[in-house]
Design a protein around this ligand. Structure first.
Ligand SMILES: [Cu+2]
Length: 167
């Protein structure tokens, strides 16, 4: 099922957006925060500032340092409906599809970011503002999951910290 393209802005994937700064990271060379539980590593989780309709995205780095495949199967955020999405180009249009699970083989790294996998967040009410920090729980096929603090940032900063996938 394809979801409304109206959300594409929340999830980035705009062609022609050029982002410099390599693999992201905090401002001024600060090290981005890394959170670990078991073999799972989460780097620099950020929410994008919600759009007027209450939609935003969650971006982060994810790595599996363990010995077994771990599959990310869902997200939980208080006060929001959160799910996993993927942005794809189809016939020149950007579309988002829900994702049931994102498998991470041992040693695998990936990023939830504009133009690729991302968390789709639909806030009830006005939602948070830049500068806020909220907890997000990543649920895996096994284990208790991992709850990490994620800061709310503007779209420009989100693109700097998690650069879009190369076409
Ligand atoms: Cu989405």
């Amino acid at each position: 099922m394809l979801l409304a393209v109206a959300w594409a802005g929340a999830c980035g994937g705009e062609p022609g957006v050029e982002v410099r700064g390599g693999q992201g990271g905090g401002p001024d060379g600060e090290k981005p925060p890394v959170h670990r539980a078991g073999g799972i590593e989460v780097t620099d989780p950020v929410f994008t500032e919600p759009l007027a309709g209450g939609a935003g995205a969650l971006y982060l780095g994810l790595a599996n340092r363990g010995d077994e495949t771990a599959t990310l199967i869902g997200l939980s955020v208080e006060g929001a409906d959160a799910s996993l999405h993927r942005t794809e180009e189809r016939e020149g249009r950007t579309a988002m599809t829900p994702v049931e699970g994102i498998p991470l083989a041992p040693g695998a790294e990936l990023r939830l970011r504009p133009g690729g996998y991302h968390g789709m967040i639909r806030w009830s009410g006005p939602g948070p503002a830049p500068g806020d920090t909220l907890a997000v729980t990543l649920r895996f096929d096994e284990g208790p999951g991992l709850t990490v603090p994620a800061s709310v940032v503007g779209h420009g900063e989100a693109l700097t910290r998690h650069p879009p996938e190369e076409p």
